[in-house]
Design a protein around this ligand. Structure first.
Ligand code: ADP
Ligand code: ASP
Ligand code: MG
Length: 405
C-alpha cells in the first residue's frame, strides 16, 4: 500500500466527461490498495473568466474580493469529483483549502503556505475515504480565503504530499511530461524522463507553465520527488528530483519562453552613486518584479537603465518611477514594446563553456536580434522581439541538438 497525492489540472477536469474519466482513474488507484489524496484545479478557463468578470465590474478589484471569487473555481471541481466518485461507489469527501488545513500568510492573490495541518486529511485516509482538496487556496490567520498565485494547485499538491509524507506525488496535466521545450510550440520537442529541481525551477520561472515555480521551490526544500504525467493516457511521465552527477553530462536540458514581459527604459538619469539604488528601491516598494537589467556607460554625466518587468506591471512601474526621477534630478521613463524572454537551462552549464556563444549564433543565423542578456549559474536568458519568439525557440532548440532524432 502506498500513500499517493494526485493533482489534476484544469484540462484534466475540463468537463463532465473528463471528470468521469479522472474519477475512474482515482478509483483504480484506490482499488490497487492505495490511500489517495486528490488535488484539483478549476475547469480550464474558469479562473480567467472569473478574473475578466471582476475586471468588468471594477478596473482594480480588491485582492481580498478576488480571492473570494477565484476560490470558487476549484470548489466546483472538488464537489463534482466527490459526486462522481460516489456515483461509482467510492467513498470520497471534498475539502476547501481551509478545511484541508492549508494555512497561508495574508498576501491575497499570491499567498505563501505557512503550515499544513494534516490531521483532517489523515483522519479520512485511515477510514479508506478518498480526500479531494481544492488546489490554489488556503486560509490566513484571520480566517480569510487566500489564493496561491496562478498555477497554484501544483503547490497545494506538493505541500500536501510533504505534510502527509506521501510515497508518491503525481501531477497530471494535458501533456505527457516535461519536454525540452513547450511541445505546442516545438513539435520536435522530446519528453524528458527526469529533470533536477534546479532545472525545473529555472524553466518554470522562465515561463514554462507546466509547473508553477513556487511549487518546485517547495518540493526542493522538502525533498518531495514528483512525477509530471498525462491524465489522457498511461505513458510514463517526467520525474522531478534532486540532481545526480550524470545530469551534468547534458549541457542544455530545456528551453523556455516568457511572452509576458515588457521593456522599460529609464534614460538620462544623473550618472552618480545612488541613482540605480533609488530607481530599483521604488520599483521594489511598488511590488514590481524586475528581471533583466542593463545599464549603459554614462556619458555627459547621464546614464540609461533598461530592464524588463511583467507586462501587467508596466503601469505600476511608471507610476512608481515618475516621482523618483524628479527626486534624483532628472530622467525620463518609457515603456517599450512587449518582448519575449527566451531562456536555455541546464545543470551542465556549470561545467561546460560555450553555451552563450552557441545561443547567440543560433539567433544570428535566423536574423533575430538580441535586446538584453542575463545569466545565472545554470541559465542564459535573452530578450527578443515578441513576434519572433516561437521561431527563436525552435531555432535554438535545433541548434542545441534537442530535437527528436
Ligand atoms: P494544468 O492545467 O494541468 O496545470 P498547464 O496548462 O498549467 O496545465 O500546463 C501544461 C502546459 O504547459 C502544456 O499544455 C504545455 O503547452 C505547457 N508547457 C510549456 N512548457 C512546457 C514544457 N517544457 N514541457 C511540457 N509542457 C510545457
Ligand atoms: N485555477 C488556478 C489557475 O488557473 C490554479 C491552477 O489551475 O493551478 O491559475
Ligand atoms: Mg498548471
Amino acid at each position: 500500500m502506498a500513500r499517493i497525492v494526485q493533482k489534476y489540472g484544469g484540462t484534466s477536469v475540463g468537463d463532465v466527461d473528463r471528470i468521469k474519466i479522472v474519477a475512474a482513474r482515482i478509483k483504480a488507484t484506490r482499488d490497487e490498495g492505495n490511500e489517495v489524496v486528490v488535488v484539483l484545479s478549476a475547469r480550464a478557463g474558469v479562473t480567467n473568466e472569473l478574473i475578466a468578470r471582476a475586471k468588468g465590474l471594477c478596473a482594480n478589484p480588491s485582492e481580498r474580493e478576488l480571492d473570494q471569487l477565484l476560490a470558487i473555481g476549484e470548489q466546483e471541481s472538488i464537489a463534482l469529483m466527490a459526486m462522481a466518485l460516489h456515483g461509482i461507489g467510492v467513498p470520497a469527501v471534498s475539502y476547501t483549502g481551509a478545511q484541508a488545513g492549508i494555512f497561508t500568510d495574508t498576501e491575497h492573490t499570491k499567498a505563501k503556505i505557512k503550515m499544513v495541518d494534516p490531521t483532517p486529511v489523515l483522519g479520512d485516509l485511515t477510514q479508506g475515504t478518498i480526500v479531494i482538496v481544492a488546489g490554489f487556496q488556503g486560509i490566513d490567520d484571520e480566517g480569510q480565503i487566500t489564493t496561491l498565485g496562478r498555477g497554484g494547485s501544483d503547490l497545494t499538491a506538493v505541500a500536501l504530499a510533504a505534510a502527509i509524507k506521501a510515497d508518491r506525488c503525481e501531477i497530471y496535466t494535458d501533456v505527457d511530461g516535461v519536454y525540452t521545450a513547450d511541445p505546442r510550440v516545438v513539435k520536435s520537442a522530446r519528453k524528458l524522463s527526469e529533470i533536477s529541481y534546479d532545472e525545473m525551477l529555472e524553466l518554470a520561472s522562465a515561463g514554462s507553465k507546466v509547473m508553477q515555480s513556487r511549487s518546485v521551490e517547495f518540493a526542493k526544500k522538502y525533498g518531495v520527488v514528483f512525477e509530471v504525467r498525462s491524465s489522457f493516457n498511461h505513458n510514463p511521465g517526467t520525474l522531478v528530483k534532486e540532481e545526480v552527477a550524470y545530469m551534468e553530462q547534458v549541457v542544455v536540458r530545456g528551453i523556455a519562453a516568457d511572452k509576458d514581459q515588457a521593456k522599460v527604459v529609464v534614460s538620462d538619469i544623473p550618472d552618480k552613486p545612488g541613482s540605480a539604488a533609488r530607481v530599483f528601491r521604488a520599483l521594489a516598494d511598488a511590488g514590481v518584479i524586475v528581471d533583466m537589467i542593463v545599464q549603459n556607460v554614462g556619458r555627459h554625466g547621464v546614464a540609461n537603465l533598461t530592464f524588463t518587468v511583467p507586462h501587467a506591471d508596466t503601469a505600476r512601474a511608471v507610476r512608481a518611477l515618475e516621482p523618483v526621477l524628479v527626486g534624483i534630478g532628472g530622467g525620463q521613463v518609457a515603456v517599450h514594446e512587449r518582448i519575449a524572454k527566451l531562456s536555455v537551462v541546464g545543470v551542465g552549464m556549470k561545467t561546460h563553456s560555450g553555451v552563450a556563444a552557441a545561443l547567440f549564433q543560433a539567433l544570428a543565423d535566423v536574423g533575430i536580434n538580441i535586446d538584453l542578456i542575463s545569466t545565472s549559474e545554470i541559465k542564459i536568458s535573452v530578450a527578443v522581439a515578441l513576434d519572433r519568439a516561437d521561431e527563436a525557440v525552435r531555432a535554438v532548440h535545433a541548434a542545441f541538438g534537442l530535437d527528436k532524432v
